[in-house]
Design a protein around this ligand. Structure first.
Ligand code: CTP
Ligand code: MG
Length: 405
């Protein structure tokens, strides 16, 4: 490693190219790995946020395939980070070239090329690379090989390779813009696996700076498991806890053809309706109370007082959404709901599917994580006489474990 101590000559910023145009064959899955979730966010978002935390990118150019452009823009919006976009190519080298070309009009002096598949690069690592660009046209972070290296053939060791002087190259790799652009233009169409390899081919020296053992390239599912641990300090130190909440609600059943009958957010064709201040969706009210219960956040009446005229005929989906928002704000996740409708009427079975679909839409849960059942009370009590309908809901949520006072 070369010391780089000329602080006064360090560039203070650089353009960053995030290459995210691969298909993630080795990771597998239905979508490319950089869009798969990693510790609760798409991997690309984690990487984008890591660049943003560093804070010295003059521009961030994200390179993806055209079909992922929209999703990429959505991810950037979600984080509030401004990005530029360029369409990737068939190889990593072609994707980097596309990013460089798109940056030409902006005339950056330096550029860092970084794999979207490395969400764990620290600000200190970005700084080491940028810092060494003060004295070098080309800089890579690398880690000395620690394992013994062997050559093998047909299942047998045929020789040993001395590991002295061997390094594993990482990204971000930093370059003087004109030098790397020149290399990519001259060597277009090859398939070199990193950018320092292009610099070597055009005869430019590359300086080594210390890499970071945590800055792994997420390539296979095991890498993702490791990265999730490192990315989620709150999970590392505070494991997930699971909580259960339950809620109960009752509304009178009336004959009122002018009032819609709402169950689970779905409108049910019926001459009957549930009476109440809001839309009286008994399933969603029980569900809201179950969510609030699991969070220890009181009950629905405390959040949406019936005395407040603004909730008159309100669509109850917003009550559930409010409770889910509180859950999300605590870093938690809804994992399962189970709801029972009780009474002689309305009947659940003819309307099960639209109700399930609606519950899935409102909660974001797949239908396989939603229990939806009904029971009569054998003609007993107010439910048996058809005077009202009742619902009970149970939810399971996962939260980062809390140290309660
Ligand atoms: N990459 C790219 N364009 C390509 C190929 C790769 O921008 N045509 C990007 C990947 O998205 C990734 C980085 O280069 O961020 C490193 O590549 P790699 O880890 O090999 O990712 P994939 O090529 O997607 O994975 P695989 O080789 O397993 O298919
Ligand atoms: Mg690849």
């Amino acid at each position: 490693m070369r010391p780089s101590n000329k602080h006064d000559t360090y560039p203070s910023s650089a353009a960053v190219i995030l290459v995210a145009g691969g298909s993630g064959e080795r990771m597998g899955g239905n979508i490319p790995k950089q869009f798969q979730p990693l510790a609760g966010k798409p991997m690309l978002q984690q990487t984008l946020e890591s660049v943003h935390r560093w804070g010295k990118a003059s521009q961030i150019m994200v390179v993806t395939h055209a079909e992922w452009k929209q999703k990429t823009i959505e991810i950037a919006k979600e984080t509030g980070i401004n990005i530029l976009w360029a369409e990737g190519g068939d190889t990593r080298q072609a994707s980097v070239k596309a990013g460089l070309e798109a940056l030409v009009p902006l005339n950056p002096t330096h550029v860092l090329v970084h794999d979207a598949a490395r969400p764990l690069a620290s600000p200190a690592l970005f700084d080491r690379v940028l810092g060494a660009l003060g004295e070098n046209l080309s800089v890579i972070p690398a880690i000395a090989v620690a394992d013994s290296l062997k050559q093998g053939k047909g299942g047998l060791v045929t020789g040993a390779v001395a590991r002295e002087g061997l390094y594993r190259a990482q990204t971000p790799q930093g370059f003087a813009f004109s030098a790397i652009y020149d290399a990519h233009t001259r060597l277009a169409g090859q398939n070199l696996s990193d950018d320092a390899a292009l610099m070597e081919k055009i005869g430019v020296d590359t300086a080594l700076v210390e890499g970071d053992a945590r800055n792994i390239k997420i390539t296979v599912p095991e890498d993702r498991m490791q990265a999730e641990q490192w990315l989620s300090p709150q999970w590392e130190y505070r494991p997930l806890e699971y909580r259960t909440g339950h809620g109960v609600d009752v509304h009178p059943l009336v004959e009122d053809a002018t009032r819609p009958l709402m169950l689970g957010g779905a409108e049910i064709p019926s001459p009957l309706a549930l009476a109440g201040h809001s839309d009286a969706d008994v399933l969603l009210h029980a569900l809201t109370d179950a969510l609030l219960g699991a969070l220890g956040e009181g009950d629905i009446g405390m959040h949406f007082p019936p005395s407040d005229a603004k909730w008159k005929n309100a669509a109850s989906a917003q009550f559930v959404e409010h409770a889910l928002h509180l859950l999300k704000a605590r870093g938690g996740k809804l994992t399962h709901i189970d709801i029972t409708l009780m009474g002689e009427a309305p009947r659940l079975s003819p309307h099960r599917q639209p109700i399930l679909e609606s519950l899935s839409r409102i909660t974001g849960l797949p239908q396989t994580r939603i229990g939806l059942k009904a029971t009569t009370t054998e003609k007993l009590g107010f439910l048996g006489r058809g005077e009202g309908a009742m619902a009970m809901a149970t939810v399971t949520i996962a939260l980062p474990a809390q140290v309660d006072a």
